[in-house]
Ligand binder design. Structure first.
Ligand SMILES: *Cc1c(COP(=O)(O)O)cnc(C)c1O
Length: 461
């Protein structure tokens, strides 16, 4: 084998976790149409610093999809799942990848009919891990990352099931109240018992109440508790949970610690908290983040990562059946189209727009309105509303403002999954005022903020 081929063989073997026969088969299938670009991507197995052009990405996708059996001219399918696609539109939309990812019972198992899809998936997992690092996550906190073909709530459910296999007999999940339904429904769907821990007020901010948490753990018994489920990215005035203290508690009492980091990759504070938890040796098993919220792809994917690569793998193993490759494909295309440099500037731009939005809110709000001070939350902000402004939500919505939410204490109740949570939306039973939530997430630009501010000021005066 020439040296050039040897390096490719080694790289592919690494991507395929040492599976020699699949590696050789993939190399053989690749050879007739392998491009230099694809070969070097596989050899590097690293997210390039510079963005790739759409044309380059198309060439890579074309070369990879030709490896899958459904795109081979010499193919005769006599099975019940041959990756046939009727519509040309659908074929285009999926770039010829029709076999999905995984095999029944394991997302990371290689399907011999679709080695191109397998390479795509494995490169994407690597890129996802490197994207996490580029966002500032320390290598000790994320040793492996797995892109799951479902959004955050479902990914949390899978992570819970993987943990439950590790701790048979433990049924309770202690959840630090964060009023968003995905995580709490995930606990119910996983067949586990949800225990809600109330937050405390600290000035106008809502934060983790460690003494409430300790009481709940004592009451239910650490030996019955599968994990503590905390949240790092949330709507102001709630702050990210004190995951360092929670991790210390989990470590001392041998309970797992699962973190919902939904849109936290773009938040320096959430990232710093995750790193600090691992740095001080506190417990962190897995953290889960959304692909759409952090990387601007359509809804449908999540990334699970953590310091224990085996646990990350086991999450892929609880997935029943084959899965859609679409969320993987979207992330692959997007990360290559951004490159590491593009990702870094996207994160920087978000920090700038957050600062700008905050500035505008501080200077332009009408008399009597105030921005609630929650410096621990660097994505979302809350503006105190007087009672007569609660119609504001629908007024803003009709002016095409999306994402601004009016929250009124005591208005909603969540009932389900064995719990009843009062004043749902405010993260605590006892928030003193109504408020408007706004956020700066990746992709937002100054013009949007300017338009929003004009609409808001008009609506309020
Ligand atoms: C978006 C979000 C989720 C996840 O929602 P999915 O639709 O399942 O991705 C979970 N928790 C919080 C705090 C969120 O903001």
């Amino acid at each position: 084998m020439p040296a050039e081929d040897n390096a490719l063989h080694t790289a592919l073997l690494r991507l395929f976790d040492g599976n020699e026969s699949m590696t050789n088969r993939a190399l053989e299938l690749m050879r007739p149409h392998q491009t230099q670009l694809l070969v070097s991507l596989i050899k590097e197995s690293k997210l390039p610093a510079a963005p790739l052009s759409d044309t380059e990405i198309r060439i890579i996708l074309g070369a990879l999809s030709l490896i899958d059996s459904n795109n081979s001219k010499h193919f005769s399918g006599v099975g019940e799942r041959e990756g046939r696609v009727h519509s040309r539109l659908v074929k285009e939309r999926s770039f010829g990848f029709a076999h999905g990812i995984g095999r029944s019972g394991d997302l990371m198992e290689i399907q011999p009919k679709s080695l191109g899809s397998a390479i795509l998936q494995r490169l994407t997992n690597r890129y996802a891990l490197q994207a996490l690092w580029a966002c500032g996550i320390h290598k000790d906190a994320a040793k492996r990352a797995l892109v799951l073909p479902c959004a955050t709530g479902m990914a949390i459910m899978l992570a819970l099931r993987a943990l439950a296999k590790q701790f048979p007999g433990r049924k309770k999940v202690v959840w630090l109240r964060c009023d968003q339904k995905s995580a709490l429904k995930a606990v119910g769907l996983a067949g586990l018992d949800l225990i809600v821990v109330e937050n405390e007020l600290s000035g106008v901010a809502v934060k983790t109440d460690m003494s409430n948490l300790r009481m709940a753990v004592d009451l239910h018994g650490p030996d019955n508790i599968l994990c503590i489920l905390s949240t790092t990215s949330c709507f102001a005035p709630r702050l990210p949970d004190d995951i360092v203290a929670i991790g210390v508690l989990c470590k001392s009492l041998n309970m797992a610690h699962l973190i919902n980091n939904a849109y936290g990759l773009q938040s320096s504070k959430a990232v710093a908290l995750i790193n600090e938890t691992v740095r001080v040796g506190a417990r962190l098993d897995v953290f889960v983040q959304s692909t759409d919220k952090n990387f601007m792809v359509p809804v449908g994917g999540a990334i699970v990562a953590g310091p224990d690569g085996n646990l990350v793998d086991r999450i892929g193993m609880v997935y029943p059946g084959r899965a859609s490759a679409a969320p993987v494909l979207d992330l692959f295309i997007t990360l290559l189209g951004l490159g590491r440099d593009g990702l870094l500037s996207m994160l920087q731009q978000r920090k700038d727009t957050f600062k700008y939005l905050k500035q505008r809110l501080e200077s332009d709000l009408p008399q009597g309105m105030r921005l609630l001070c929650t410096p621990g939350n660097d994505i979302s902000m809350a503006i105190e509303l007087s009672d007569h402004t609660t119609m504001l939500g629908s007024r803003l919505f009709h002016k095409c403002v999306s994402g601004a939410r009016v929250v009124v204490p005591g208005q909603k109740v969540y009932e389900g999954d064995g719990v009843r949570i009062g004043s749902f939306g405010t993260h605590t039973e006892a928030y003193p005022c109504a408020y408007l939530n706004v956020a700066s997430a990746v992709g937002q630009n100054r013009e949007e903020i300017d338009r929003f501010m004009t609409t808001l000021v008009k609506a309020l005066t």
